[in-house]
Design a protein around this ligand. Structure first.
Ligand code: ADP
Ligand code: MG
Ligand code: ZN
Length: 614
């Protein structure tokens, strides 16, 4: 835009200059001699003042005896002598005047014709020229979009190494081979080994895929070309494939090197699965990646790494041998890994001596590496905000809940009545959880509002687990109704505080029946096919693959699960009403009960957990 206005300025300036030059030329040629009428000319001739007259067309140029000049105009279409005789010039006087007839023409004549006609044309041509020049640079810019916007991590930057990656032992071992190859390819080639071309990192978001890829680059000390797959397809249709070509060309020139394509599912979705027109572009890009990977010679020392959290939707062609044949799976961190990740991120931070990161690890099941990194930062912010020099254990615990549930809102004004309702509600959840064998133990109960919740009961599993049983789900369902049952028992009334519990419980019951095959009546099958709509990338439609009859059976089963859970919750709170009262009263008084305080109350009543009656 800036260059355009600059050019426009020059265009106008040149135009003005040309105009000035031409008007000067004209003015120089005509030194504005006085204009005389024919009568005056005749008078001057008769008086013998005129030396010569030059006729050119209808205009007369006179030179007088004193060498001064004058111009005049004769009548059109008549000869000069005729005019003069008409006006009564004496022939004697005329004889002493030198008469010449000039051919009309010459430079001035031609300029007089050409300038008015040519100048606009020239100006128009110039303007067009400028416009085209503009357009051309625009087009060039458009073509440069085909050039890939590479991010190159050179070893000069702060290096990431395997030491910066906690846990993920197997994944690291797998990648060490790659590092070894990049460091000394000859060793592998001499023995005749075929080098893996593609490594696919798969795992949930935040588990460290990008981090691990960087660590490989840092360890092997080779150029590392980093691009997010979504950058292949942006703005212009058709640039994806050319960007891929460009990327591979650059990487080959720099070999040995690593190409890292992050979030490859953006282009690597199964071909032909798209809706709308957008997928053509993806397909071409994907095809180009496949072509480039096939085009590697045996001794091309370029390794393509890619990361995705959706391996299930990748095109099978990508996973074929010779392409991304190495697959590295990254799991969510387990308790030991969590501690290790916390340690890595706590490096360089001022921790209080009392801090026990293992205890933080215990409280954070389901946290990804990214969540944990965030957690440590939150704890540091918390400590700094209260002007402390060191991060305490409590800062960490506080941040766990903040990351999980949102910030505490102690200042929210709550009426006595609402506080009481919340206390009984949370006491209900906690009591039911403590009374059931298959429920996770209660870690904390609180009536301090947090995020959008009025209060909360925090349950955490005692051990790592990847599977969950039907008994555990049923216990969860009953706990979900604990608040509802307690409110009903205490106040003979219900509040909106249970709406989220009910929502969660209904969704869970529905999943038990339709997805986990945990309904006795309907048996082990799934109901409903969720279809992925590619253009939104989310499950948005569920195809019904069962009859109306089955639909009503599903409803019945969901209802029956919910009713059983509710009556279990009701039974617990009413038979242990005294415990409920005690928990609720303590909550009103203290706001928050930690695990130890809570179980002290439970033990004082000699409560023993039971199984949910199915
Ligand atoms: P993704 O798998 O989504 O690519 P990232 O690699 O971007 O996840 O991880 C995000 C951040 O989480 C990293 O920058 C790092 O700080 C932290 N992180 C994740 N996993 C680990 C890990 N295993 N060890 C140390 N830090 C980790
Ligand atoms: Mg990533
Ligand atoms: Zn609740």
């Amino acid at each position: 835009m800036k260059t355009f206005s600059k050019n426009l300025f020059w265009a106008i300036a040149t135009f003005i200059l040309i105009t000035i030059v031409f008007s000067l030329l004209f003015n120089l040629g005509t030194q504005k001699p006085p204009v005389l009428s024919i009568n005056e000319v005749v008078k001057k001739i008769n008086a013998g003042e005129v030396k010569s007259i030059a006729v050119s067309g209808d205009s007369l140029e006179l030179v007088l005896q004193d060498e001064s000049k004058a111009v005049s105009q004769k009548e059109e279409e008549t000869s000069l002598t005729e005019t003069f005789s008409n006006f009564g010039v004496e022939s004697q006087a005329l004889q002493s005047v030198e008469l010449t007839v000039k051919e009309e023409g010459g430079v001035r004549f031609w300029l007089g014709i050409l300038i008015p006609t040519l100048l606009p044309i020239i100006i128009i041509v110039l303007i067009f020229w400028w416009i085209f020049r503009q357009a051309k640079t625009g087009v060039n810019q458009a073509f440069s979009f085909g050039k890939v916007n590479l991010k190159l991590f050179t070893p000069s930057r702060k290096k990431t190494t395997f030491k910066d990656v906690a846990g993920l032992k197997e994944s690291k071992e797998e990648l060490e081979e790659i590092v070894d190859f990049l460091k000394s390819p000859k060793k592998f080639l001499d023995i005749g080994a075929r080098i893996p071309r593609g490594v696919l990192l798969m795992g949930p978001p935040g588990t460290g895929k990008t981090l691990l890829a960087r660590a490989v680059a840092g360890e092997s000390n080779v150029p590392f070309f980093h691009i997010s797959a979504s950058e292949f397809v942006e703005m212009f249709v058709g640039v994806g494939a050319s960007r891929v070509r460009d990327l591979f060309k650059t990487a080959k020139k720099a070999s040995p090197s690593i190409i890292f394509i992050d979030e490859i599912d953006a282009v690597g979705r199964e071909r032909g699965a798209g809706l709308g027109g957008g997928h053509d572009e993806r397909e071409q890009t994907l095809n180009q990646i496949l072509v480039e990977m096939d085009g590697f010679d045996r001794d091309t020392n370029v390794i393509v790494m890619a990361a995705t959290n959706r391996p299930d939707i990748l095109d099978p062609a990508l996973l074929r041998p010779g392409r991304f044949d190495r697959r590295v799976i990254l799991d969510m961190p387990d308790i030991n890994d969590r501690e290790a990740i916390l340690k890595i991120h706590a490096r360089g931070k001022q921790l209080d001596k009392s801090v026990n990161l293992k205890a933080v690890g215990v409280r954070t099941p389901g946290f990804s590496g990214a969540d944990l990194a965030n957690l440590v930062n939150e704890a540091a912010i918390l400590a700094a905000h209260s002007n402390r020099k060191h991060i305490t254990q409590n800062d960490f615990f506080e941040s766990v809940e903040k990351v999980m549930l949102g910030p505490e809102r102690k200042s929210r004004v709550v009426s006595e009545r609402e506080r009481e309702i919340t206390a009984y509600h949370e006491a209900g959840h906690a009591l039911v959880a403590a009374s059931l064998k298959d429920s996770d133990p209660v870690h904390k109960v609180s009536v301090v509002s947090r995020g959008i919740a009025g209060g909360y009961t925090l349950k955490l599993p005692t051990e790592e687990r990847r599977l969950k049983t039907k008994a555990q789900f049923l216990a969860d369902l009953a706990v979900a109704f604990g608040g509802y049952a307690a409110e009903l028992l205490k106040f003979k009334d219900l509040s909106t505080g249970s709406s989220n519990d009910i929502h969660q419980a209904t969704a869970l019951a529905h999943r038990l029946v339709t997805q986990y095959g945990m309904s006795d009546k309907l048996g082990p099958r799934t109901f409903g096919k969720t279809q992925e709509m590619v253009f939104l990338g989310r499950e948005i439609s569920t195809e019904k693959d069962y009859s109306e009859e089955v639909a009503s059976q599903i409803d019945e089963e969901v209802n029956s699960l919910i009713n059983k859970a509710l009556s279990a919750a009701k039974r617990i709170v009413s038979t242990k009403r005294r415990v409920l009262e005690k928990i609720a009263k303590t909550l009103i008084e203290k706001e928050t009960l930690e695990q130890k305080e809570f179980y002290k109350i439970i033990k004082s009543f000699k409560l023993r957990p039971v199984r949910v009656v199915g």
